[in-house]
Design a protein around this ligand. Sequence first.
Ligand code: XMP
Length: 522
Amino acid sequence: LVLILDFGSQYTHLITRRIRNLSVLSLCVSGTSSLQSIVDLNPRVVILSGGPSSVHTPGGPSFPDGFLEYVRENGVFVLGICYGLHLIVQRLGGEVRVGDAQEYGKMEIVAEGDSGLFGKGGRQMVWMSHGDEAARLPQGFKVVARSQQGVVAAIENSEKRFYGLQYHPEVTHSPQGMETLKNFLFNVCGVTADWKMQDVVEEEIKVINETVGPEDHVICALSGGVDSTVAATLIHKAIGDRLHCVFVDNGLLRYQERERVMSTFESDLHLPVTCVDASDEFLSKLKGVVDPEVKRKIIGKEFISVFDEFSKGLEQKLGKKPQFLVQGTLYPDVIESCPPPGSGRTHSHTIKSHHNVGGLPQNMKLKLIEPLKLLFKDEVRRLGRILNVPDSFLKRHPFPGPGLAVRVLGDITEGNALEVLRQVDEIFIQSIKDAGLYDIIWQAFAVFLPIRSVGVQGDQRTHSHVVALRAVTSEDGMTADWYYFDHKFLDDVSRKICNSVRGVNRVVQDITSKPPSTIEWE
Ligand code: XMP
């Protein structure tokens, strides 16, 4: 295991992912985690990440007391990156100073020959982002690379198994960075590349069977999205029909969503799914509600009540309560990162009260099974592929828990807003698919606006609805750029929408990124 201690660098998750891409399991925990939690993970290598702090800042984050003794006694290799290098230098008795020349951006370094990190050495371009620098190294350390300005760019003490890079090897602007990381992990630390998705499947099935007793039953809310579908498929493979899934039609689904999703669950995945039609309940509770947060809360509450009913019904049928609940939690949700002091960065979603269908019924006293909680989204897709989950599921754009309720602005029950939106959305998405753009766009959808505008259709004046089209590219949904369609594409889509959806006479495109906007409109 390669353990990354996060000191708040914006690149920490990238290091974790890069190492996993080398078939080595890596986990990331807060840089200020307790010594015991590090010991429990039993890492072969610990990477100290970069971060915005300076080692001179009082109260700046650092590894726990006893860490240095622990790594020494257990033969653990340590690599410090940027701030991590400064921590090594300072905590082992060297000196870090505020640099004369701060180095930001691309620059060349010269590596000496015959080092553990660089092998034969030579020149390479790297990505620097630092103000502090190592002024005096602790005893036993040597400089193995310097920048053009003479600043220490890499250090090592092979006897004590300590290494440090002043630059960021994990970013693409350091083109040989991955070579250096590979060299470090495989040649210096002797790590083996044996973390494979197939092993993850087998390991998870084993864990599920150890956790869920032979008489126990498990319930799962399927949303039709990637995470819950892959999680349910995995659990089903482990315990068969003691898994009971529920798919809720809340009246806020996309065009023919219920039919499409249910038929794939049954025919392709053979999952035992009950479809509950709760659309009347949801829609009646949402009638007249215009505040986005109130809408979200109502929907969340309604899901709990549907789920509660499902669980009670199951208890009657089985003669016993289900004991477990599946959640499709992913690794980015559980990473306990170390927010830079004063950054205001927190782990939870604070902009909107997000919810996942599977994440609701905390008051139901069910034990949680979260088989994907160590995986990133792309890894979940790879795992899904091994489980034969069709690409039509794995490649789907994300869809928010509150569904179309956050895409009809204002009162969703007014007129036939939901129906209009479904038709517009279907034309837009189908056009994107036909143009071969679906897989390069992170998410695309239409939004129904609560305004009318004047138009002229068939020589008649119309006073009809306006719809907006939104398409974004993104890595993880946290930030996003709006997608540049070519004009011909937009022209075709706009014509198709106005010609075939009654009540729409105007189409606009959302050309804002996130931030300052969010991806959804509510
Ligand atoms: P925003 O609108 O916050 O959305 O920029 C970021 C991503 O999250 C999705 N989203 C949700 N997903 N439950 C979910 O499971 C929710 O309540 C929810 N709200 C937004 C959104 O579609 C985008 O992919």
